[in-house]
Design a protein around this ligand. Sequence first.
Ligand code: NAD
Ligand code: WQD
Length: 340
Amino acid sequence: MIKNILVTGGAGYIGSHVIVKLHEKGYNPIIIDDFSNSDKSVLDGLKKITGKEFKLYEGDILDQNLLNQVFTEFNIDGVIHFAAKKAVGESVEKPLLYYKNNVSGLVSLLESMTKNGVTSLVFSSSCTVYGQPDKLPVTEESPKQPANSPYGNTKQIGEEIIEDLVNSNTPLTAIALRYFNPVGAHPSAEIGELPLGIPNNLVPFITQTGAGLRDHLTVYGNDYETSDGTCIRDYIHVMDLADAHVSALSCLEEQSGNSHFDVINVGTGKGNTVLEVIKSFEKVSESNLNYQIGSRRPGDIEKIYAQVDKSQKVLRWETQHSLDEALRDAWNWQKKLSNI
Ligand code: NAD
Ligand code: WQD
């Protein structure tokens, strides 16, 4: 039987790629999104890729009436919860906006799931919960560091809320996926990342610079204790990340009926420096990127990459795509957006 999966934030960057994978694997995704950080054009992209128009509820996950309506109209088998605000700097300026949207939003969703007897959840968490780990690669057992932004705190609190609910014997099976750095786009270039305004993240800043929308990229520091002095991250292709969600749903299906909560790293297991990412972009775009070395960005982590043993074992999943493929797909998407 086709399974109905509610995808909150399904019009967003990661959510839209997960919709494609769910469709490919025979699930029926149902989207809730308030389009606060996405554009309706993503629906055209999804239709071009899948040939399908997905059921969409336009609205806020804080709206209990809307959530109850969805759970009444569809027999929902599981929920993937992406809907959240994600700009670290903005969260420092507007903490209440972040606690309301990300924390109260999660509580609202969990209340409605509980009321409607929906017991499977995949939660979008982040490697930000680790801060700068003492040991690399970072395992799920590494202690969480005090969050250095309200955004990061919402992910720590979110995990704790879910764990508390599971421990209360409320029937709930949940997996928090701790994403490392998602990059790239669907290889068709029909969907991809759509940052509003000046991008905070490295790869959209690189592709926008390559497209001439930004004059140059500033590399935030080259005096770190790394091979070339620039920071290290674990960049994962968004299509690989999307696959991990489908694997997580299969795990939840196997565990259904048992109250259980697990956290799992989702990364490649490999770290790359900022300069390596730039080199990869230059290779796939066959162009030189205009970049300058600047000072360190306050709050940046020096290096982090995932230990992937648990994702391989529990999710029976591993990444398929290289950094070059991710940069190639991100660049093709940018070229499409910029009509290059
Ligand atoms: P995104 O902003 O592209 O997608 C989030 C979507 O949720 C958007 O379409 C937005 O309109 C929607 N939304 C936000 N608040 C909502 C609300 N209250 N009700 C309904 N819809 C709402 O972000 P993304 O990059 O796709 O991230 C998805 C999730 O993954 C987020 O929870 C984010 O914190 C987490 N995450 C992202 C990254 C990353 O680097 N992109 C890394 C780690 C974790
Ligand atoms: C990557 C690297 C920068 C821009 C952020 C959030 C984190 C998580 C992912 C959700 C760093 C360098 C960047 C630029 C640069 N999101 N850089 N010039 O810092 O790993 O994390 O996104 O949970 O919470 O904080 O990602 O893409 O911003 O930076 O040199 O213009 O690129 O210093 O080393 P980051 P990023």
